[in-house]
Design a protein. Structure first.
Lengths: 450, 463
């Protein structure tokens, strides 16, 4: 383990200040990250950052208050606790409010912390960024520029402790290289990105990042706008990860209980095609967002949300679990120490199917491969389920990849898309997101173009 | 926040390794937010963020380090880390003489948010909740958010600049769900200005709640948006994000320098319909993207980007300005002391035209009227951009008819700019926005008069 022990000391000190008749939770976090950006053969910027702080939640009876401070200074922490107490006085009484309590589920041992990453000299990090930039430039005559090439590493440690008996420490390291490039031909410019992620340096495969970026940019050269049609689409793994992330948000206990989920009253029903099994499993060490404990310090666990198309469970934190008359599923999520725990999926993945992407394309015959989407936040409504997003891709002709396409939208509804899934690929890709990628075939999508 | 003599010594130590330029950016931000959801005040949260970032530029390389320790020791450690990161040859400098620069913040704050009792802030949420719930029988859920912040910043650099600013923002938003036979629909409305609690003398939260409720209720009977290309009329104040995405980002000098913009090499050329005059202006009093100095110490200013369709300037920050040997334009911004500044927009808007807005709609045979756009995104290198419709209607035979469900619209920046074929005389600023770039969010404003684009692709499902 890292030096998270001192975080626990701080958390213990804060909860030791709890008064009679109140419950106190402290989440103490510290993170470090380095970012190196290369441009045009030079280091464009090198930033190093360390941040730390404490978030304090106070529950007095059926009211809750919160405050945070980005420091470990004792005086400020005492002031922050007082502020959280004061804030509690303004909250509406709510019978379900309360901190998490130990539930007997053992916190898994996950191998997510690699001290070796912290020992890497700056020169090596710089070399990663410079070499990646140079290799993308040299990869293809049509590459006209590399607008960003970066190496990033990060270390995060957290301790959650409470007067209700919670005490959970977690620590992890991560690093990635990412590149975005421009390709030019016949007065048209296209862009592509690629990355490689890992927990330590040896996990990184910069050539994969290079190949993805170059392929994505060059294969779109000469793209034209398609005419509007209804067709079958194949989502690239990266796009699928974005789509299942949104579907996951509709299955949060909070959305359901507050009447904002289109699947609120569908528990036990078939909401998706039989080929769809959707699991949230932050205990899977392959997941970028794997973590031993959730935002309230309860053990992470595997939850099967949809099994063979049937909706099996929603996800909960302590609050929504109590409200639903159930229990927390270990799905408290929080954006560091600066926020109260929300509810959400933490490491989603579709159960893989049998065929790789080329085989899926052959099965589809005619359709469109969607290689990237834009505007997911503005055109998808997770309450109504309306789905519309900008897209780029490649025509599928006779089961093979054909002409490149751009400036069109794909539209349906989340409800229909789940039912219209025709196949899930075998090509699971663990991405730096809270959902894994995999090729996904969906029929009856409206493409809007000319 | 930090003594002048300390700043001077920290800047000197930052340059010891041979950098050419050093800067200290310090920030002390207090914020309050209160959230009502499902009829309950869920959360009142207070935050304090305080720290400083030190930047050292040496040749083509920028080194950056930040600290939450504002003592001289903490600042010097950050300065040394930033200096080491920028390690390259160059002339060191022993002393930095600072000259304090006066800052004029365009907005004035009448009632400082920290002087207002929390109970008063919470009361606004209850009023909004009640107003939305009584607006229509179909309203099934309401959330409301109050937020205020006071951000004090200080910038000192090795060119001798020393400036500070005190930035206050107040925000209120309402989100509503309506439920009917067709399922659920949502409506939102928000208001935000760089003022204090007097914001609520200017706006009644009940009105905001009713607008949000109406949007949701209207969509219950909406039909799926069409697919394909058609003329699009955008309502005054509701569509500034179109220009933010279609050309704003593409006119940021960092994208231009890297060849990642369709507007590179187009200076002095006709890039838009002659109706288009596009301004980016950080001095518009009270607007969401307004400030006294940017996050590099440059005073906010008004920049004409496109005049009568001709590209007249890009937006600049310190690094890009230094490289091109030109002054910065007050567009160097950052999310917090933990981030490097970059070229960002402030309040970006299109100036008034001469058409009567009613004539613009009447002159549209068949198309879409978008009263309120949602967020958007752009790929600056290809110019392709999208934006969402929060409130939209079909136009048939020159009249606004049926409401449409949500969806994205997609277009290509330069083509859409050339396709602006009518411009109203009813300019209005829009809702407060947060612009995201490279993982950093900053507050921005936008505005437009009613206008018509000859053709955009509507991302719906109907034929």
């Amino acid at each position: 383990m890292s030096g998270a022990g001192d975080l626990t000391d701080i958390a213990d000190r804060v909860i030791g200040w709890a008064g009679d008749g109140e419950a106190v939770e402290a989440v103490v976090g510290r993170s470090r990250h380095t970012e190196v950006r290369a441009y045009d053969g030079d280091v464009e910027s090198l930033s190093s950052a360390e941040s730390m702080g404490v978030g304090i939640r106070v529950v007095q009876g059926d009211r809750q208050g919160f405050a945070y401070a980005a420091t470990f200074d004792d005086d400020v922490l005492a002031e922050t606790l007082a502020e959280a107490r004061d804030n509690a006085g303004f909250a509406s009484p709510d019978p379900h409010v309360g901190l998490a309590e130990p539930d007997g589920v053992a916190v898994p041992e996950l191998d997510l912390y690699r001290p070796a990453l912290l020992e890497v000299p700056t020169e090596r990090k710089v070399a990663f960024a410079l070499e990646l930039e140079a290799s993308v430039r040299a990869a293809d005559d049509r590459i006209s520029g590399v607008d960003s090439a970066e190496f990033v590493d990060a270390m995060g440690e957290t301790c959650v402790a409470s007067t209700t008996g919670i005490r959970a420490e977690s620590a992890s390291t991560a690093c990635y290289v990412a590149v975005s490039c421009l390709a030019e031909a016949d007065d048209q410019t296209q862009t592509g990105f690629g990355f490689s992620v890992g927990r330590e340096l040896d996990d990184l495969v910069p050539d994969d990042a290079r190949d993805d970026a170059v392929r994505r940019a060059t294969r779109l050269l000469g793209a034209t706008k398609p005419s509007s049609m209804r067709t079958t689409i194949v989502l690239d793994p990266y796009v699928t990860a974005m789509v299942i992330g949104i579907i996951g948000s509709t299955l949060s206990g909070e959305s359901v209980l507050k009447g904002r989920s289109p699947f609120a009253d569908r528990l036990g029903e078939e909401i998706a095609a039989p080929s769809v099994t959707l699991v949230d499993d932050p205990t899977n060490p392959f997941a970028y967002t794997a973590k031993a404990a959730d935002g309230e310090g309860l053990a992470s666990r595997r939850n099967a949300l949809i099994t063979d198309g049937v909706l099996g469970t929603f996800v909960h934190n302590a609050y929504t679990g109590r409200w639903a008359g159930a229990a927390s599923t270990g799905n408290a999520v929080r954006g560091g120490f600066k926020s109260t725990p929300g509810v959400g999926c933490r490491a989603l993945a579709l159960a893989p199917g049998e065929h790789d992407q080329p085989a899926l394309l052959r099965q589809v015959g005619e359709g469109v491969l969607i290689s990237s989407v834009i505007g997911m936040h503005s055109g998808v409504n997770p309450v109504s389920g309306d789905f519309s997003t900008g897209a780029e891709g490649l025509r599928i002709t006779d089961g093979e990849i054909g002409a490149p396409l751009r400036e069109f939208t794909i539209a349906s509804t989340l409800q229909r898309m789940l039912r219209d899934v025709e196949a899930v690929g075998s090509d699971v890709d663990w991405l730096p997101m809270s959902a894994a990628g995999v090729s996904l075939v969906i029929r009856d999508i409206t493409i809007s173009g000319t | 926040m930090i003594e002048e003599a300390v700043l001077s010594r920290v800047l000197s130590s930052a340059l010891l390794g041979g950098g050419e330029f050093a800067e200290v950016f310090a920030e002390d931000k207090r914020s309050t937010s209160a959230v009502l959801d499902d009829g309950r005040i869920e959360e009142l949260s207070s935050g304090r963020d305080r720290g400083a970032g030190v930047r050292v530029i040496s040749g083509e390389t920028t080194g950056y380090a930040h600290t939450s320790d504002l003592s001289e020791t903490g600042l010097r450690a950050a300065a040394e880390a930033a200096g080491a990161a920028a390690r390259r040859g160059g002339g060191g400098r022993n002393a930095v003489a600072l000259t304090r620069q006066d800052t004029h913040h365009p907005s004035t704050v009448a009632v400082a948010p920290e002087d207002v009792a929390k109970a008063q802030k919470v009361e606004l949420l209850r009023r909004a909740d009640e107003s939305a719930r009584t607006a229509d029988g179909s309203i099934s859920q309401v959330s409301a958010r109050y937020g205020d912040s006071r951000r004090r910043i200080l910038v000192a650099n090795s060119d001798g600049l020393l400036a500070d600013d005190d930035q206050v923002r107040s925000l209120f938003s309402v989100g509503v769900v309506a439920t009917g036979d067709s399922g659920m629909q949502t409506g939102r409305q928000s208001v935000g200005h760089t003022v204090g609690f007097e914001l609520f003398d200017r706006y009644e939260v009940e009105d905001l709640a009713r607008v949000a409720a109406d949007r949701a209720v209207t969509k219950l009977v909406a039909r799926p948006a069409p697919s394909g290309e058609m003329p699009v009329v955008i309502g005054a104040g509701g569509g500034g994000v179109l220009f933010h995405e279609a050309c704003g980002h593409g006119l940021e000098a960092d994208h231009i320098a890297k060849g990642a913009s369709v507007y590179k090499g187009r200076m002095g050329q006709q890039v838009a319909s002659p109706l288009v005059t596009l301004i980016d202006d950080g001095t518009v009093a009270d607007e969401w993207g307004c400030f006294g100095i940017d996050d590099e110490g440059s005073p906010a200013q008004r920049n004409v980007l496109i005049e009568d369709g001709v590209l007249t300037d890009y937006m600049w920050d310190l690094t890009r300005g230094r490289k091109e040997g030109r002054p910065r334009s007050g567009n160097g911004r950052r999310q917090s002391y933990q981030h490097l500044p970059m070229v960002r927009m402030t309040n970006t808007f299109l100036t008034n035209g001469t058409d009567d807005p009613a004539d613009i709609i009447a002159g549209t045979d068949r198309g879409v009227y978008v009263a309120q756009l949602g967020g958007g995104s752009v790929n600056t290198a290809t110019g392709d951009f999208v934006f969402g419709m929060w409130e939209a209607y079909l136009i048939e035979d020159g009249e606004i008819t049926e409401p449409l469900r949500e969806g994205n619209l997609i277009g290509n920046g330069p083509k859409v700019l050339a396709d602006i074929e009518a411009l109203g005389n009813d300019f209005a600023m829009g809702s407060p926005g947060t612009c995201g770039k490279d993982g950093q969010g900053v507050p921005v404003g936008d505005g437009v008069p009613t206008l018509r684009v000859r053709s955009l692709t509507i991302g719906g499902t109907a034929a």
